[in-house]
Design a binder for this molecule. Structure first.
Ligand SMILES: [Zn+2]
Length: 587
């Protein structure tokens, strides 16, 4: 990795600090960090699973084979469909499509409920007339593809993925400590902010609540309801396409009833969004419930290091939306407004190209996204600083984490242009100047006294510098996906096609209990077999890896040998794996 930075030092010497042509072939970090990163062409590994939005999935609903319908008793549309239920899910389709204006959609639904029956019918018929059909297909398409993906992934059934939650909890706690110690808000206000952070919920699609049987049942429930209504309804007053749209929304309900019983710790509105986004690369914070894509955004097996860094960036960004979203601040509006203005000014600073093309261009409407970026990247740095040994690792981490934003089309419907956003966030990193040796006058340079504040917090630059010598922990974490994958291979080898949720739905407590009960029995009785081999293989990895993190060939070899060494073990394997991880990763 160290090689990455050397050419940029060389380029510096050539270009100096003067004004640069920003579209030059060799952008430098102090003038245009985004272009500098993109120019490096850091290899991007395609996501493990394809994003449903980039695929041509048929609009058809799978026929439920064993279900025979008798169309003897035809009914009119509103005799068979409950308009309140249709309006309820239409709110969620609107939110999925139009993003953060959730309160507007919800209010619309609430006033809908006060209408009389005929007004409701008319209201919905009018709403669906111009409604984009494709949006109404998204729930089912994601559900259908998710059943395929879950079948393919064969990840152990779980309601909680301890690796990702452990990471989230650690970062959340750093953020809480940061507010507690650095914010100038009163204790009451700080407690309020901290309470909001503590109440955040997060889900990692396909890694938890991932029992394919439940997802398949929900898919079937959707199909049954769709075809039942399709056959039953005779509605001469409406065009078939409007009826079809309404049926597609009505069919969400029985599928959601299954998910609502399964994913009980999240709100129903969020679960709908979770299902609809599961097969896409979307990550979001929907009123303090967070969904972070893993397999549809990254490829944890092929490129664990980059995934780890990119994942951290997304996680920290979504976490910060607890403070920064379209809702107005609930206290001390003046402080929030001045912090927002600081970010808007920074957007302005980097948006010259966009302002030239459009006279009234302003980044203000999406500045909450940039505030989340600024605060999120700082939070990520605080975390990374505790895990890394030198500045080069911090540079690598930051560069890998933002490289995924290098795209041809930088403009985005719900964010400021990517180059502007990344430059704003990077230039507000408290260590950016020292990491890249930027000087006053450079476009990316911000004097420490001018940093945009977040949550009224002081910035201690020292906290953002590397704090730690070893990175063994970091390496073990990045290999968690291998462990899951190996487990799936193991299940495959044992020819297990139906999982029993209980067997693998392991919590930390259960593992500890199992570990205790097994102590002296399983471990000693199998001393010559797989379990001791596994442990030693993990230890061996740690030793060799600390010599050279980049030796990917070595890693591949080790991975192969680990798979070979574990192929003899049986069902206690997942528990063993978790035990090992718990031992090495301090959750
Ligand atoms: Zn965002």
């Amino acid at each position: 990795m160290k090689l990455y930075f050397l050419p940029s030092i060389a380029l510096w010497a050539v270009f100096g600090n003067g004004d640069q042509d920003l579209s030059s072939e060799h952008p430098i970090p102090c003038n245009n960090f985004y272009e500098y990163i993109c120019h490096k062409n850091i290899t991007r590994v395609p996501s493990r699973l394809r994003d449903v939005r980039a695929m041509e999935v048929s609009d058809d609903i799978d026929q439920y084979q064993e279900y025979v319908f008798h169309a003897s008793n035809k009914q009119r549309l509103w005799q068979s469909v409950n308009p309140d239920i249709v309006s309820k899910w239409l709110v969620q389709f609107n939110t999925y499509w139009k993003g953060v204006n959730w309160n507007e959609h919800q209010k619309k639904h609430e006033s809908f409920l006060n209408l009389d029956a005929h007004e409701k019918y008319k209201n919905l018929e009018n709403s669906f007339e111009g409604y984009d059909f494709q949006i109404l297909t998204k729930f089912y398409k994601s559900l259908k593809l998710s059943v395929e993906y879950l079948t393919e992934l064969k990840i152990p059934i779980s309601t909680r993925n301890h690796f990702y939650h452990g990471l989230f909890d650690e970062i959340r706690d750093i953020h809480i400590l940061n507010i507690r110690t650095m914010s100038k808000f009163s204790e009451d206000r700080k407690n309020e902010l901290i309470e909001n952070v503590r109440n955040l919920k997060i889900i990692f699609p396909y890694l938890e609540y991932n029992d394919v049987k439940v997802w398949r049942d929900a898919k079937t429930a959707y199909e049954k309801e769709y075809y039942r209504l399709k056959i039953m309804i005779y509605e001469p007053n409406l065009s078939p396409i409007i009826v079809d749209k309404i049926i597609r929304v009505a069919a969400v309900n029985p599928a959601m009833e299954i998910f609502e019983k399964y994913i009980t710790s999240f709100t129903s509105r969020f679960v709908f969004q979770h299902i609809t986004a599961a097969a896409s690369g979307l990550s979001f914070n929907y009123q303090n419930e967070i969904h972070i894509s893993v397999f549809t955004m990254f490829n944890p097996i092929a490129d664990p290091k980059s995934v780890y860094d990119q994942f951290l960036y997304v996680l920290c960004h979504e976490l910060q939306h607890v403070h920064y979203n379209v809702d107005p601040p609930v206290f001390d509006e003046a402080t929030w407004a001045s912090e927002k203005q600081c970010v808007v000014d920074r957007i302005d600073h980097f948006a010259a190209a966009y302002k030239t093309n459009r006279a009234n261009w302003t980044g203000a409407p999406f500045s909450y996204e940039d505030s989340a970026n600024v605060a999120g990247l700082r939070l990520m740095l605080l975390y990374v600083a505790q895990k890394t040994s030198d500045s080069q690792e911090i540079r690598d981490t930051v560069e890998r984490s933002v490289a995924r934003f290098c795209t041809k089309n930088r403009e985005n419907l719900h964010h400021n242009p990517l180059d502007v956003s990344i430059n704003v966030a990077a230039s507000e990193m408290p260590t950016f100047n020292s990491l890249y040796n930027c000087k006053p006058g450079d476009r990316m340079y911000v004097a420490p006294e001018n940093y945009c504040k977040t949550l009224n917090m002081d910035i201690d630059v020292e906290e953002y510098k590397s704090q730690k010598i070893e990175n063994d922990d970091l390496f073990v974490l990045t290999h968690f996906m291998d462990v899951l994958e190996d487990t799936a291979v193991e299940l495959d080898a044992a020819n297990i096609t139906t999982f029993e949720g209980k067997l693998f739905d392991i919590t930390v407590e259960e593992v500890e209990e199992q570990e205790e009960s097994k102590e002296g029995s399983a471990e000693s009785s199998s001393s010559s077999s797989s379990e001791s081999d596994e442990e030693s293989s993990v230890e061996r990895e740690l030793d060799e890896v600390s010599d050279g993190l980049d030796d990917s060939e070595n890693e591949t070899e080790l991975r192969k040998s680990e798979i070979a060494s574990t192929s003899r073990s049986s069902f206690i394997w997942p528990a063993t794996v978790f035990t090992l991880l718990i031992k090495y990763i301090k959750f």
